[in-house]
Design a protein around this ligand. Structure first.
Ligand code: GDP
Length: 298
């Protein structure tokens, strides 16, 4: 991910090397190249405009630093703007003060929610938590089974409607799961919800009903980094329909150009909290905006 953006930016910065100070024309030319680099990486146009505007303004206004040459100064500005756009500081999970912490996952079908639920459970378990997974994706025929299999692989129990009891109502399952978690003294409840191939009103309503039933401490919007420009409208639709506290980017191991990460964080104002980067259940970690920015500018 971000390989093209990274290459493009490093070419841009190379052109500035050896310059004693930056002229207005240098700043304009650099801004144009950053703009192209971001657009090629699939970053949404309004985000590109805002980003380039901020870089330009700071490049003009920047105090002439003795320690940094002009190329380094531009790299520093771009780095800081990238970190800011990605959410600033690493945003960690907020745990409930009393009772179990409830984390609800929302997103489109295929985004990687069910996989992520198990990854998150394993990650929490490694931190000494005792999570329980809740299968509220009763839409996709195999989702409950998939969660059960993954739960078993990570050694985390799964709360799901019993087979043979009909498909069940996801809202009731969600509500009952919280009682079950309290009874069995689990400290984190991870609620997997159904997705559709596209955004639809019924899906949003169901997710909102589940949210109301479980009163989550954190709602995480799970999005496939590969979906590029579409990610922004999907992210906005879920923000309006369900609301969320943070974003989880999945499939960062793919050849996505990375624009989705920048666009979603910027447009929704919600931080990217976790990154999922592979099929293995250990391919998952907190997302660190500063590390990602450094990787882009490496
Ligand atoms: P859901 O419909 O949102 O629950 O999505 P799933 O968890 O079933 O994931 C959809 C597909 O994406 C599955 O084939 C997963 O193995 C795959 N997948 C999920 N996360 C990742 C990831 O980080 N990297 C890769 N390469 N594949 C992933």
């Amino acid at each position: 991910m971000f390989a093209t953006l990274s290459d493009r930016l490093s070419d841009t910065f190379k052109n500035l090397r050896g310059k004693g100070r930056l002229s207005e024309a240098d700043i304009d030319a650099t801004a144009r190249e950053i703009r192209i680099a971001l657009l090629e990486a699939d970053v949404a146009l309004p985000v590109v405009k805002q980003f380039v505007g901020a870089v330009k303004e700071r490049a003009r206004g920047e105090e002439v630093s003795k320690a940094l040459n002009p190329a380094q100064q531009i790299v520093k500005i771009v780095n800081e703007e990238l970190v800011a756009i990605l959410g600033g500081e690493t945003r960690r999970l907020r745990y409930a003060k009393n009772g179990p912490t409830v984390i609800m996952l929302a997103g489109l079908q295929g985004a990687g929610k069910t996989t992520l639920a198990a990854k998150l459970a394993l990650w929490l378990k490694d931190q000494g938590k005792t999570p329980i997974l809740v299968a509220c994706d009763l839409q996709r025929p195999n989702a409950v089974n998939q969660l059960r299999v993954n739960g078993e692989r990570v050694g985390v129990p799964v709360y799901a409607p019993e087979p043979g009891n009909g498909v069940g109502d996801p809202v009731s399952v969600a509500r009952a799961s919280i009682e079950e978690a309290k009874r069995r003294l689990h400290d984190v409840v991870i609620v997997d919800t159904a997705g559709r191939l596209g955004v639809d009103a019924e899906l949003m309503q169901q997710a909102a009903d589940i949210r109301d039933a479980v009163q989550p401490d954190e709602v995480l919007f799970v999005v496939d980094a590969m979906i590029g420009q579409d990610a922004v409208s999907t992210a906005q639709a879920f923000l309006d329909g369900v609301g969320y506290d943070g974003v989880v980017l999945t499939k960062l191991d793919g050849d996505a150009r990375g624009g989705a990460a920048l666009s979603i964080a910027s447009i929704t104002g919600k931080p990217v909290m976790f990154a999922s980067n592979g099929e293995k259940l250990t391919d998952f970690d907190l997302f660190h905006p500063d590390r990602m920015a450094s990787r882009i500018l490496d």
